[in-house]
Ligand binder design. Structure first.
Ligand SMILES: C[S@@+](CC[C@H](N)C(=O)[O-])C[C@H]1O[C@@H](n2cnc3c(N)ncnc32)[C@H](O)[C@@H]1O
Length: 249
């Protein structure tokens, strides 16, 4: 696969339009809970890859001595700088050519980015390259194998087969394409790249407008706490979180 896609967030107020204008408190809490469970407590150099405006920065600022927020969008990075000032360093570029040296980072995370990535093997190889041996990557994957997608497929309301390992590309959601991955597909890439899988979490299990109407956010968050570990083996949630380690030599 050679053609690359960058989903361009320049000029888009992701913070306001995606997180503040819509009730996504539950999803935000679910992401934070997973990150707290998976990120190492102490790191020297850490990067939030596709970190946007640094929505999740409070989860890693206290854990790392040096923090980079990396993104393609200068709009997002300018917002991050405005919010966090000298606590972070921003770096702009493309995930497929990360501006870090080989073995430079002790830790990194990449959250809510895989749905923009057409060439997953190349992106994962880049993350591996910039990590030190022994370093940890926390990666969120947009899952194609969710229960609602299965129901839509078996009732002929969607042609996307959630059971097949091929990459799903929803052009109707975004002109750039919007990618969802089968867990087995990404797990094979992690293995081939050399990563060791240490932990998996099932995240945003109750991402549903109906459930949000029925339950208060704090109740959904309580249910999420148990579900993240209990449901991990079946990989049904819209977000699957992986804690991966680059082995020591
Ligand atoms: C949905 S936002 C997620 C931001 C943040 N990780 C969060 O969870 O709030 C996706 C981010 O990925 C960035 N992005 C997408 N494709 C990229 C690429 N090829 N290189 C660098 N950044 C990219 C976008 O600019 C955007 O800021």
């Amino acid at each position: 696969m050679s053609e690359k896609v960058i989903s361009d967030y320049n000029g888009y107020d992701y913070k306001k339009e995606f997180w503040e204008n819509v009730d996504r408190e539950y999803e935000d809490q679910a992401d934070r809970m997973a990150i707290r469970r998976l990120l190492p407590k102490r790191m020297e150099k850490f990067a939030d890859i596709g970190g946007g405006y640094g929505r999740l920065a409070n989860e890693y600022l206290k854990r790392a001595r040096k923090v980079y927020i990396f993104d393609y969008s200068k709009t997002e990075l300018a917002q991050a700088k405005e919010i966090y000032g000298d606590k972070i360093e921003t770096k702009a570029g493309d995930i497929y050519k990360l501006p870090f040296k080989d073995n430079e980072l002790d830790g990194l995370m990449m959250i809510r980015v895989t749905h923009h990535l057409k060439d997953m093997p190349k992106a994962i190889a880049e993350l591996y390259r910039v990590l030190k041996p022994g370093g940890v990557a926390v990666i969120e994957v947009a899952n194609k194998r969710t229960l609602p997608k299965m129901v839509r497929y078996v009732t002929f309301r969607s042609k996307v087969n959630p059971f097949s390992k091929e990459v799903a590309n929803y052009k109707e959601i975004s002109a750039d394409g919007f990618y969802n991955y089968h867990p087995k597909y990404v797990e094979e890439i992690f293995n081939k790249t050399g990563f060791k899988r240490e932990r998996v979490l099932s995240v945003s299990n109750f991402r549903s407008k109906t459930l949000k109407k029925v339950f208060k956010t704090n109740n959904l968050v309580k249910m999420e706490e148990a579900a993240q570990t209990a449901l991990a083996p079946i990989r049904f949630a819209p977000s699957i979180y992986y804690k991966l380690r680059k082995p020591e030599k």
